[in-house]
Structure formats: structure tokens, C-alpha cells
Design a binder for this molecule. Structure first.
Ligand code: SAH
Ligand code: SF4
Length: 389
């Protein structure tokens, strides 16, 4: 199911089938969300059998839906090897607070003057019902190898990469679960895992999502969030020519303190990361999103805010401050509201675009960083005790 239409056509002609069937198969999977060949009613029976024999099937099944009081819902999905992953659906109109994961995508809407949470895109003959735009936060790996100390996925460690088929099947499952008045508009790679550590599958999943004959998502409505894998940031920028939104998890503007929060900083320190952001082929009127999870005592002082503003001063960025969402096995937590406001004020006074993103869905542990591996024990390697400032 990770083939693009042209690849399906080749696959079919190599088997003596007619090439146009490839477009039908692609549309069944990606436009209509039908992954069982037996249900692809316009295909001949023998081809359906052939597709089943070749292994075409839904690579995951919906295990649980956890609706949150604020309209967010978290889907627990079970993969063929019984691993579980989570994906979160964030409808715009259910916004009680500013969303964290939804924010990167929604802010781009503001840039484009279609910030309305609802859009009037019903067909002319139907009564015009406002449709609610949904942002889906998806996972790219089972767990994560990056070991950020404030993140549930990081504490669990990496179990495995997701395939492109599994990544796209999450989006299909998410879209299928939406009520009729909601439609999927934005996808953010801010669930479990580091998407650029699983580069090939991430790129292929994006290619599938933006194909006009499939899900048809706009490239600018997809955001890849990364802890800062420099070579892959370059490759992503080059591959999609800057059309994909980029979010960087920065969390500290000082190398030593950043390394204590995010071990990846030892490999790609700030100088290298900042240089890669300057190289990113950013489109007109777009910003790179800087995510900054505020962890009390680790990155929330006025000095930290000043260091951050000077680091970002010459870049086209927008900063999202996310007070840390509490996670199991960690005593790290968010600063007080007063400290959050003071931090934001320093950045705004320095002329930076800066928003505070309050958590959503935390009554069902669906907020950023809270997506966890079912039954996972923490990987002690990542439970480093951190010095307070
Ligand atoms: N691995 C990628 C994408 C997934 S994490 C990345 O790190 O960017 C998505 C966002 O959630 C990141 O900005 C991450 O730093 C943030 N995050 C992780 N744990 C968090 C927590 N406990 N509270 C708030 N934000 C958290
Ligand atoms: Fe991985 Fe992102 Fe969590 Fe860091 S914050 S451990 S990179 S998922």
C-alpha cells in the first residue's frame, strides 16, 4: 500500500494485468480508505485474490478510542506484531486552549487568511453546513531512540520504525473515525517517535498523503517535527523543496543545558542545527516553528529566554512555548504560569512571534510527549537525573 499510482501500474503490467487498475487500487486505498482487496468492487476477482496474496491488507486495527472532554480524541492502534501506537485528532473548533500539536499547522492558516476553524466547503446542492477542520498528530516510530528526558516516548526507548504503510494507515484510520461534519486538513508528525530518524518511510508517507488522487492533503498542511537531525533536515528540505512545514524541538539555547535535556544535541549541536535552519528552502510567508517545552528549573529562566531570543534573532521563526506535560517515571514538570508569561514576555519584547500552547487532551494522556508505549517499562539508560539550575 505504499506504492504511488505509477508504481502500481508497473506492478500490474509486470503481472500481465492492465495498468489503469493501478489508479483504481490507489484510489481505493488512499481516497476511499478501503484496504481490504475483497472490498474493491470494481476489480476483477482474480486481481483481488492476487492483491490479497501479495499481502495488501490494513496493517493496523483500531484498538481503543479515548475521547477527551475538550473534543480531542486519541486512537490506540494495534499493529500486526501487536505493538501499539497512538494518534491524536484535534478538531479546530473544539479548541479550549491553544493546542500544542495543532498549533504549528493552524498558524499557517492565519498566514493564509483562512484561519477560520470552520470552512464552508459543502457541495452547492447540499445545505451548507460548516465543516470543522481537524489536525491529526501522528506517530513515526514505536517509541523513540532520542532519549529526551521530558518525553514518554524517549524514556521508553525505540522499539522499531514504522513502515510508510503503517504511517499512512494511521492517517486513514484517523480520517475514518471522524464524524461527518469534520474533515482532515493538517497532519503533524508530533506523535511518538522521531520522524527524521525514520527518514525514508516518513518521506514516502508524505508523498502518499499529498498525492492529489489519494488523501490529497496540501503539502503546506503537513508539518514534520524534529529534535534536530541536521543531515535529514537538509534532505527533507531538498526533497520537497521547502513545501513541507518544519518544526524544530529546541528547548534550550545553550549547548550544555540542551544536551542534558536532549542527548541528540551532542551529535548535532546548536551551531550545526541553526546553520541547517538557515539553509532550509523556506517558502514565502512561511516560518519555521520552534517548539520549546518549558521544563521547570531546566530552561525557563529569564536568562534562558534571553539566550533563546538572541539565538533566533535573524531567523524566520515562530516560537511555541509548551509548558511540559507531566509524564510517568519522571519528576520533571511545567513552570508556574507566572514564569511562563515572563519567559514569553522576554521573547516578545525581543520582537519574536511567540505563543503559549496549553495542553489538550491531557485527561486521556493525548497531549504532546504523553503518548506512551503500552505496558512499556522505562529504559533506565534515559532516566538520567538532571541538575537543577
Ligand atoms: N520527535 C519529534 C516529534 C515528536 S515529539 C520531536 O521531538 O520534535 C513532539 C513535540 O512534543 C516535541 O516538540 C517534543 O519536544 C514535545 N514534547 C515531548 N515531551 C513533552 C512533554 N512531556 N510535554 C510537552 N511537550 C513535549
Ligand atoms: Fe523522541 Fe521527540 Fe520524544 Fe525527543 S521529544 S524522545 S525526539 S519523540
Amino acid at each position: 500500500m505504499q506504492r504511488l499510482p505509477g508504481e502500481w501500474r508497473e506492478w500490474l503490467t509486470a503481472r500481465g494485468e492492465r495498468g489503469f487498475r493501478g489508479d483504481q487500487i490507489f484510489a481505493w486505498i488512499h481516497k476511499r480508505g478501503v484496504l481490504d482487496p475483497e472490498q474493491m468492487s470494481n476489480l476483477p476477482k482474480n486481481l483481488r485474490r492476487e492483491l490479497t496474496a501479495a499481502g495488501l491488507a490494513d496493517p493496523l486495527r483500531l484498538s481503543h478510542v479515548h475521547p477527551s472532554e475538550d473534543g480531542t480524541s486519541k486512537l490506540l492502534l494495534r499493529l500486526a506484531d501487536e505493538s501499539t501506537i497512538e494518534t491524536v485528532l484535534l478538531p479546530a473548533s473544539a479548541r479550549v486552549h491553544d493546542a500544542d500539536a495543532a498549533a504549528a499547522a493552524e498558524d499557517e492558516d492565519e498566514d493564509e487568511d483562512d484561519a477560520a476553524a470552520e470552512d464552508e466547503s459543502a457541495s452547492p446542492e447540499a445545505p451548507t453546513l460548516p465543516r470543522i477542520a481537524v489536525t491529526q498528530c501522528i506517530s513515526s516510530q514505536v517509541g523513540c531512540a532520542m532519549g529526551c528526558v521530558f518525553c514518554a516516548s524517549g524514556i521508553a526507548g525505540l522499539k522499531r520504525h514504522l513502515s510508510a504503510a503503517e504511517i499512512i494507515a494511521q492517517v486513514i484510520a484517523g480520517r475514518r473515525s471522524l464524524p461527518p461534519q469534520q474533515h482532515l486538513r493538517n497532519v503533524v508528525f508530533m506523535g511518538m517517535g522521531e520522524p527524521l530518524h525514520n527518514f525514508e518511510a516518513t518521506v514516502r508517507a508524505i508523498e502518499l498523503m499529498i498525492h492529489p488522487d489519494g488523501l490529497g492533503l496540501a503539502a503546506r498542511r503537513i508539518t514534520v517535527s524534529t529534535s534536530g537531525l541536521v543531515p535529514e533536515i537538509d534532505r527533507l528540505g531538498a526533497h520537497f523543496e521547502g513545501r513541507i512545514g518544519l518544526a524544530i524541538s529546541l528547548h534550550q539555547a545553550d549547548d550544555a543545558k540542551r544536551s542534558a535535556l536532549m542527548p541528540i544535541n551532542d551529535r548535532y549541536p546548536l551551531k550545526a542545527l541553526m546553520a541547517s535552519l538557515r539553509r532550509y528552502p523556506l517558502r514565502r510567508r512561511r516560518n519555521i516553528t520552534i517548539e520549546y517545552t518549558l521544563v521547570a528549573g531546566h530552561n525557563d529562566s529569564v536568562e534562558d529566554a534571553r539566550a533563546l531570543s538572541s539565538l533566533l534573532s535573524k531567523l524566520r521563526v515562530k516560537v511555541n512555548l509548551i509548558p511540559m506535560n507531566p509524564i510517568a517515571h519522571s519528576d520533571l514538570g511545567p513552570p508556574t504560569d507566572g514564569r511562563v508569561s515572563r519567559f514569553q514576555a522576554v521573547l516578545r519584547n525581543a520582537g519574536l512571534l511567540c505563543f503559549v500552547r496549553r495542553r489538550r487532551g491531557d485527561d486521556v494522556s493525548a497531549a504532546c510527549g504523553q503518548l506512551a508505549l503500552e505496558g512499556a517499562e522505562p529504559n533506565v539508560r534515559f532516566l538520567r537525573s538532571q541538575p537543577k539550575e
